[in-house]
Design a protein. Structure first.
Length: 201
């Protein structure tokens, strides 16, 4: 008899906790569903408003509001500590691969100089010369076989901006494959500098 009552109790417990229609069921571990840490990009400062994380926004309590009481002004996003050394010299490149018009507006963060061009020539010989050729005429050993490699001084290419060239090196275009995973951002910009010298031939 006791076993029957126990089974009946467990069955009722499971049925009563299950989700149905708009009722989400009982949350056994709400911390698994609702973020406890302060979200750095969410700056809801009014406890009465709450946020989308509030399980019952109609009550106005704002149970899961995201104002940070431990930082000035309740903000989570703060400026870096003075004298902080930033990681890397360049921001991640996140322009969509098909957004050539936007990419064309991007300016190179690298200054012009003989030393930069010297390094760029080495990088060009390592990654580009086999298709584009020594003078950028599309006559490299692979380019001759691969066909369709446009010369840098052709009408279609010679006026392309540094941002456009960088974007093509990163994501590829036409028959050219992207090299973003093989060449660092800094080295890509250096190659751009060298390609622009070949455009002016």
């Amino acid at each position: 008899m006791n076993k029957l009552i126990s089974y009946l109790f467990v069955g009722i417990l499971f049925i009563s906790c299950s989700a149905k229609d708009d009722y989400p069921g009982v949350e056994y571990a709400p911390n698994m569903y609702h973020s406890v840490p302060y979200e750095p990009l969410s700056q809801v400062k009014d406890e009465e408003i709450g946020s989308w994380l509030d399980s019952n926004p109609e009550d106005g309590h704002g149970e899961f509001y995201n104002s940070n009481p431990y930082n000035p002004y309740g903000m989570t996003m703060l400026e870096p500590v003075p004298n902080t050394v930033k990681r890397g010299g360049y921001l991640p490149y996140r322009i969509h691969k098909d957004s050539f018009e936007i990419a064309a507006l991007v300016k190179s963060p690298i200054e012009d100089g003989d030393e930069v061009l010297k390094e760029a020539k080495i990088l060009y010989d390592r990654f580009c010369v086999h298709c584009h050729g020594e003078k950028g005429m599309g006559d490299g050993s692979v380019g001759v076989v691969y066909k369709g490699v446009t010369a840098y001084n052709s009408r279609a290419v010679k006026d392309k901006s540094e941002g456009h060239i960088f974007h093509v090196i990163t994501h590829g275009k036409g028959r050219m494959w992207g090299h973003g995973s093989q060449i660092s951002i800094e080295d890509r910009w250096k190659i751009v500098k060298y390609v622009q010298t070949l455009q002016k031939q």
